[in-house]
Design a binder for this molecule. Sequence first.
Ligand code: FAD
Length: 501
Amino acid sequence: MTTPQHICIAGGGTAGWMTAAALANRLPHSHYRITLVESAQIGTVGVGESTIPHIRQFNSALGITEDEFIAATSATCKLGIEFTDWGKVGESYIHPFGELGKPLAGIEFHHLWQAASLQGLDVPIESFSVAAVAARQRKFSPPHASREHLLSTYTYAYHLDASAYARFLRDYAEQRQVIRVEAQIREVKRDHEGGPITALSLDNGEQISADWFIDCTGFRSLLIGDYSQAEFIDWSEWLKTNRAVVLPCEKDGPSRPYTKAMARDAGWQWQIPLQHRIGNGYVYCSDYISDEEAEHTLRSTLPGEALADVRFLDFKAGCRKQLWVQNCVAIGLSAGFLEPLESTSIFLIQMGIAKFLEHLPGTHNDAARNQYNRELTEQYQVIRDFIILHYYLTQRHDTPFWRDCQAMTLPDSLTELILAFRDSGLVDKKQYGLWPAVCIGQHLHPKQVDSRVAAIPPQQLIGMLNQLKSDIAAQVATLPNMDDYLSSLVAQTPLQKSGMR
Ligand code: FAD
C-alpha cells in the first residue's frame, strides 16, 4: 500500500477553502490527505463578493447545487457590470455576460452594429445583449437550454457573501476528511535556502510536515514570498489604485442583477447587492486623494444606512514571477492581485486550483512547474490588460487621476490589441471579457468593419437589427424579477426549510 501524499494548505480565506474543497473532491483519499491551517486571530481580507460566470462550473464540479449555494451565501445573480462615468461623466454602459447580438454569416455582431450605426441606426450596442437589457430591468432567469433560443445567449455569475462562502466550503471540505488546524504559522522550514518546504511550525508547538504546501495566506505570502524566483512584479504604473475603503449598507430596494462600478475622482466605487445588504467600496490611488476624502465620497453616496465601521485596505497590483516554486504553490492574493474592477480574483483562484490539479505529478517535476507558471502568469497578464483598457479609454479630463490614466504608456501587449480593434474591429479570442462592449462603451469604435458587411444592403441591415432589438425586448419581458426568482429558489432549499440559515 502506498503512503498518501500530504498536502498542507496555509490559510483559510476564500482561496484556502476553495482549494481545500476542490482537492478533497477531486483527489482520491487513498493517495492524498489534506490539512488546512488558519488563524481566526489574523482573519481574512473579508472582501471579494462579485464573481464571473466560471464560479458556477466550480460549484457544479463540487456537486454544490445552485439553491443550496444561494441560500448559504445570501447570493444574488449577476448579469454583468455597469460602468458609470467611465467614458465621460454622465454616461453609463454595461459589460454583460454572454453575447452581443447574433453573428451573421460568420460576421461578429459589433461589425454589423458599427456599420448599421454609420447608416443611421441609433440604438446603443447594449440593447442587443439579453443580459444587459434584463439587468437594466432587474429581471433574471437562468438561460434557456436550447441554443437556438434568444434567451440562451447570455450567462451569469453571483454576488455572494465571501465569509459565508468560505464557511460553506469549510463544512464541505471537513465532511470530506480535510483536517483543519487553528493556529498561527510562526516559521516556514526548509533544509536550505531556496529549497523545498519541509514543515510549518505553529504557535501551538506543532509542526506540520507535508509533500506539498499551498500558500493561501493572502497578501502576507508567508510561504512563496521567501523564494527569490517568486519576486513580485509590480504593475502599479498601469493599475494605479492602491487602497480601498469599504462599508456595507442596507438595501435600497429591489436587488440589481449587476455590479455597479462608478468612476470617482481618483478611482471608482463599487456597489454589490446581496440578498440582505449592499457591499460598497471606493478603490482609489492614495497619491491623488486622502483617506478622509475617500471615506467622505463613499459615505455621501451610500445607497442605504451604513451597517458597520469603515475599513481601509492596502494593496498593490502585480503578480509573482513564479507562482509555483519547488513544492510550494501560491493561490489567491499570495500569488498576485489585480484590482476588483472586473471581479476576476476568485476566477484566478479557480484557475490556480484547476491548473494545479492538472499539473500535479507524482514527483516534483520541473516541466510541470514551468508550464503551470507560464499558463497562470499569462492569465494574470490577459486580465491586467483588460482592466488597464478601462482606465486608458476614459475621455475624462476633470481630475489629475483621469488625465494621468489617459497619458500612461501602455504595455506592448495591450497597445497591439487596442490598435487591432481600432483599425479593424478585431478581437483576439484569447482575451478575457467582451472587448466590443467595453471599447464601444468608452467610445473606441472600429475605423473599418468586416468587408463582408458591405454585401448586406444598409436598409436590410438596419431592419434586421431593429427586429433583433424588438425580439430581445419581448423575450426579456417574459422573465421574472430577480428578487422573485431568488425567493422561489431559496424557499425550496432544505436549509431554509429546516431554519438552519
Ligand atoms: P485572505 O482572505 O487574506 O486569507 C488569508 C488566510 O491566511 C486567512 O485565513 C488568514 O487567517 C491566514 N493566515 C495569514 N497569515 C497566517 C499565519 N501566520 N498563520 C495562520 N494563518 C495565516 N475578488 C473577487 O473575485 N471579486 C471581488 O469583487 C473582489 N473585490 C475585492 C476588493 C478589494 C478591495 C480587495 C483587496 C480584494 C477583492 N477581491 C475580489 C479579491 C478577494 O478578496 C480575494 O481574492 C479572496 O478573498 C481570496 O483571498 P485569500 O484567501 O487569498 O486571502
